[in-house]
Design a protein around this ligand. Sequence first.
Ligand SMILES: [Zn+2]
Ligand SMILES: [Zn+2]
Length: 450
Amino acid sequence: MIKLIFYGGVGEIGGNKILLEYKNSRLLLDFGESFKFGEEYFTGWLQPRSISGCRDYFEFNLLPRIKGLYSKEMLKETDLEYQQPTVDAVLLSHAHFDHINHIKFIDPKIPVYCGHGAKVFIDVEEETSPVTYYGEHEYRLFKSGERISVADNIEVEPIHVDHSIPGAYGFLIHTPEGVLAYTGDMRRHGPMSRMTGEFVKKACENKLTVLISEGTRVTPEENRKLYTENQVLELGSRLVEENDKLVLATSYSRDIDRFRTLYEIAVRNSRILVIQPKTAYLFSKVKEKLKIPDPLKDSNILVYYKRKASGSYDEKDYYKWERQFMNKMVTAEEISRRQKDYLLHLSFYAFTELIDIKPEPGSLFIHSMSEPFSEEDVEAEVMNNWITHFKLKFQQLHASGHASGDEITSIIKEIKPDKVIPVHTEHPDLFEKTLNQPVIKPELGKPVKI
Ligand SMILES: [Zn+2]
Ligand SMILES: [Zn+2]
């Protein structure tokens, strides 16, 4: 008998934490942090204390009390006794925080498996983000199609899938009592849909007892306008062509496909793409593997440096990793002077730069990420105020990292697993409605026996 316990990603998008048990073997599929993490008890500066390890998390049941999983250090201030690992392996589908952020609590003696590409994103994030720490781990890196023995009687076959971050994988899990599959996060309409196709093909070749499937976009209001990456490119190019002022764009910081698209839009319109030092650093780490332009050599790219105190741009005021792009520096003053020459990538959190840049009224702002989840979204309201203040022309333009509801349905119908378990979705009930197949709706912390 195989036992699955879902400690996250249940009835919500993200935060996947799935424990698989078979005889003496135990493995975890992802160990992420929910987008709504702790919102009942924590807000703004009121956050769990990092010095207390798991203590503040256990108080509000924000981490499962699994024995033999957490490190000695993280359990020090808790009533859960440390014991030697009883979990054999942690498998990470990709490097998004809603799949990996809580690995920092895990015992370093437990190996963490992830793709070569995912590891680069993990390393860069730790190096460049002052708030990110994933802990010490023995990482074991895999490639698509390899078959890895991760525990007694369990072999895992990672197969790459297309998602909004490179290095994303689904898993086939081979046990003596059948093959299970886990999609991770995936889409079929992206530039690398071929990879998702490979996952589906492999899943079809095995008679699956269970498919654990993501369902981010399995929603009742599926009819919102959704684009492919290519449509983002074509529409974006046209919008920029029609605009003779500054173009600003914001997108997810590690969506390499979108950066490629923005680069292409800039080049087509004889503009220079301006990226932040963190993006330049990420580009420099993955340029060969992912065939993206070298920010140090490509004349269509410049790197934006924020002004430090008293208007200086002194090398010593920047982090070491930031410094290497300083001879490709462009400043707010320069962008302000020649607004129509640039396509500036600027995150919402860096909007204060607009005060120095002074965009002309009618400058274009391409919001190339998901629309805000709810109407009461405070950030969305603040963003709107900035847009109104600077008289920017707002354009929503995004291709999702997740398969549409219809795509998920057709993938499941193609694979024909014995049972489907929906995760990473707010609407597991909709799976039942659209599929003529048994669906198991997981309940938080309650074992599902197979
Ligand atoms: Zn996710
Ligand atoms: Zn993801």
